[in-house]
Design a protein around this ligand. Structure first.
Ligand SMILES: *[C@@H]1O[C@H](CO)[C@@H](O)[C@H](O)[C@H]1NC(C)=O
Ligand SMILES: *[C@@H]1O[C@H](CO)[C@@H](O)[C@H](O)[C@H]1NC(C)=O
Ligand SMILES: *[C@@H]1O[C@H](CO)[C@@H](O)[C@H](O)[C@H]1NC(C)=O
Length: 702
């Protein structure tokens, strides 16, 4: 049937060429029927249908009915279904006919998007069969291009690796490790190149472990952030073609070049795996090159990243570096602490704490500090004392010092010597729990020289230097005495610092001490009086009421004690005055020489016994004079019945000192007397023990 095919081809072409479809709605389905269906078809027919659906689809034809004169080989009447020139089926007969060729219920599928139906009948119908022809429906079926057989022209399969059918079309894809070529059909080994920024990964050459089927030129960049280094670990199976030269294998045509910044690139080839390459860099570039000749099976590697290492920091003398690690990596911190007694020093400056971080460049951001021994500085000076170094030097940590007072004029409060140690907190700390701070207190009542022999001369004797160092000379309005009881305090009689009921101003009173010669001590500069405190109950406008004849003078500046000036002790609270006990009276007052009373130029002293209060009282009342003052219990008397020895005017305010336990204490203040030195007369003294509270209070409050 060659001629039939030619006609059909012609017709098909002419349809396509002569009526180009301008805007066809793509036909996706339709129906075809024989002429006059369902009436019997006419004789001598030659009908043709050219069906088409969009590109990428096949046509599926399904008969709903077919009833064509049945002959063997459908020789007379037939319906022929073609795809181009390819006959897909030639049908006649009906469902139950023995002859003919009925399509049955199976649809007919065209291999392409076209289908041609040719229906023919002849003029001869001997049985006058009433054959009705056929009725069929067709529809577009997505063509599975992928399952189409390989074209015979040798161009290879539609897709060289994976074909994916799509509606009306298909796409090609490639297996892992391959990529689609620009022809969208064929696949080639993929370089797998690009940028790798994950902390670890696996790279391998195209096709590994098989040689690539063509030349490759692939680039792999492993790039991490600063502070990390990349390590390459090539597997053992390594093969890159090398050319043997006299210098050994040479990477001439094939190579893997490893480039690390700031270093000579390395060209690798041969059959031996480079193994582990620690790049010490956060980026590394690999370039794999082969040409079409030769054979390299390639390479594969695992890469990993590590934090940059910083050098081991070393140690700090007298300090501790923490934490102690076998290695120090980017972002690790170390801290330095000094041993007890040492301080952190950086660039000559002390710092409170120290830490340094391992930076992304593998350097510590700060160098290690030093630990220097601490020092407590000069120990605080001790007033009227000093400090002795017992151990250590330069006031450094753990040095030990001891305070002492300038003896014999001062002694440590509590009388115990205590060491002080330079502690880690840079303070001198007492080694004793009780003594926190040393204080030098004046030694009282212990002159450096004692009067060896008491001369019993009328009017007293000249006191040797330094034997009565508490003696004070008061000048100003008149002449009076007093005694030093503290480094700022003078005890005297109230009547010495008052006149006509008025208290003297501090400016009007000149206080002198520190010697036995009036002229000398008056010239020695002495602190001015700061304030005068007369006993509040002293009230003696008519000079007949000497009760509470006691006063205190405060000096502006403290006295520094020495052998010529030392305080006398205050009485103990329980001190008593025993009758007949000898006291030491002293003063620059009036002395009687050959019956004449004169003001003395030198310090005189007397030894006088305490007199029974009753005896004294009687000696006074016997005078029966209205001008004689009262004797009170705040007073006591001293003297000898035969007279000749007494304290007189100018001695007022001076000391009557008793001695017990090796110390002189202020038992009395020279107060008053009648006809001094006369037989049967006694000197009257303020009884100091009665005023301890007042003295204490006044000294505390001022
Ligand atoms: C390198 O890789 C091999 C396996 O290929 C492994 O056994 C070895 O431990 C790796 N070396 C390092 C340092 O990761
Ligand atoms: C004593 O003080 C009174 C009043 O303040 C004054 O009038 C009198 O003159 C003063 N006497 C002397 C001696 O200063
Ligand atoms: C002085 O007074 C204080 C309290 O005001 C007291 O602690 C101290 O013992 C007193 N000293 C004498 C000697 O009375």
């Amino acid at each position: 049937m060659g001629w039939t095919s030619c006609i059909i081809l012609f017709l098909y072409l002419s349809v396509c060429r002569c009526w180009p479809v301008t805007d066809p709605e793509p036909v996706m389905y339709g129906a075809v029927q024989s002429p006059q269906y369902p009436q019997p078809y006419p004789p001598n027919l030659q009908e043709q249908w050219d069906l088409s659906v969009p590109e990428g689809y096949q046509i599926q034809l399904t008969f709903t009915h077919l009833d064509i004169e049945a002959t063997a080989g459908c020789y007379y009447d037939s319906l022929t279904v073609l795809y181009d020139t390819k006959v897909l089926g030639k049908f006649c007969g009906h469902e139950n006919s023995a002859d003919g060729h009925h399509p049955g219920t199976q649809p007919i599928l065209s291999p392409g998007n076209r289908m041609t139906l040719i229906f023919q009948s002849d003029g001869n119908n001997p049985e006058r069969h009433q054959n009705v022809g056929f009725s069929a429906q067709y529809q577009a079926i997505d063509m599975d291009e992928c399952s189409a057989p390989e074209p015979e022209d040798g161009s290879g399969p539609l897709c060289s690796q994976i074909c994916l059918n799509t509606l009306g079309s298909y796409i090609c894809s490639c297996h892992h490790g391959y990529e689609l070529r620009p022809d969208q059909r064929t696949c080639v080994l993929s370089c797998g190149g690009g940028i790798f920024d994950q902390p670890e990964g696996h790279l391998f050459s195209p096709g590994y472990p098989n040689p690539p089927d063509h030349a490759v030129s692939c680039q792999y960049i492993i790039s991490m952030e600063l502070g990390f280094t990349v390590t390459l670990n090539f597997t053992d199976n390594f093969h890159i073609e090398s050319v043997d030269t006299e210098q050994g294998p040479n990477c001439v045509h094939h190579w893997l070049q490893v480039t690390i910044p700031n270093r000579e690139p390395m060209k690798l080839c041969g059959g031996k795996s480079p193994g582990l390459i620690d790049t010490n860099s956060n980026t590394v570039t690999l370039e794999y090159h082969t040409d079409d000749e030769g054979l390299s099976r390639g390479w594969s590697l695992d890469y990993s990243t590590n934090r940059v290492k910083c050098p081991i920091p070393g140690s700090v003398d007298k300090g501790r570096v923490t934490p102690l690690l076998p290695e120090y990596l980017y972002r690790d911190y170390i801290f330095v602490r000094c041993d007890q007694g040492y301080k952190l020093m950086m660039d000559g400056e002390e710092v409170q704490g120290f830490s340094t971080m391992c930076q992304n460049n593998g350097q510590w951001h700060l160098p290690l500090p030093e630990c220097h021994i601490i020092d407590c500085g000069e120990p605080e000076p001790l007033l009227n004392g000093g400090v002795t170094f017992l151990s250590g030097s330069q006031n450094q940590h753990l040095s030990v010092i001891e305070y002492h007072c300038n003896g014999p004029f001062y002694s440590l409060l509590g009388d115990i010597t205590v060491g002080f140690t330079c502690e880690a907190d840079r303070k001198w700390r007492s080694n004793s729990k009780t003594v926190v701070k040393p204080i030098c207190i004046p030694v009282c009542g212990q002159p450096t020289k004692l009067i060896s022999a008491y001369q019993r001369i009328i009017g007293g004797s000249d006191a040797p230097e330094d034997t009565i160092p508490w003696q004070v000379l008061l000048t100003g309005g008149g002449r009076g005495g007093g005694m030093v009881i503290g480094d700022r305090w003078i005890l005297t009689a109230a009547h010495v610092v008052t006149s006509e009921g008025n208290q003297s101003s501090p400016e009007s009173v000149k206080v002198s001490f520190g010697g036995t010669n009036v002229g000398t001590i008056l010239e020695s500069p002495v602190s001015p009086a700061a304030s005068i405190h007369v006993h509040p109950e002293y009230n003696n406008p008519d000079l007949r009421h000497y009760n509470h004849d006691i006063a205190l003078i405060k000096l502006q500046d403290p006295i520094t004690f020495s052998s010529s000036v030392m305080p006398i002790c205050l009485p103990a609270e329980d001190a008593t005055y025993h009758n007949g006990e000898m006291g030491l009276v002293s003063g620059f007052g009036v002395t009687e020489t050959e019956g004449r009373q004169i003001l003395t130029n030198t310090l005189k002293y007397l030894q006088l016994p305490v007199v029974d209060q009753e005896t004294c009282s009687q000696s006074i009342t016997s005078l029966e004079k209205s001008t004689v003052p009262d004797l009170t219990n705040n007073m006591f008397c001293a003297g000898v019945p035969e007279g000749g020895k007494d304290s007189c005017q100018g001695d007022s305010g001076g000391p009557f000192a008793l001695r017990s336990g090796g110390r002189f204490w202020a038992a009395g203040i020279v107060s008053w007397g009648v006809e001094c030195g006369k037989k049967g007369r006694y000197g009257v003294y303020t009884r100091v023990t009665n005023y301890l509270n007042w003295i204490n209070k006044t000294m505390q409050e001022n």
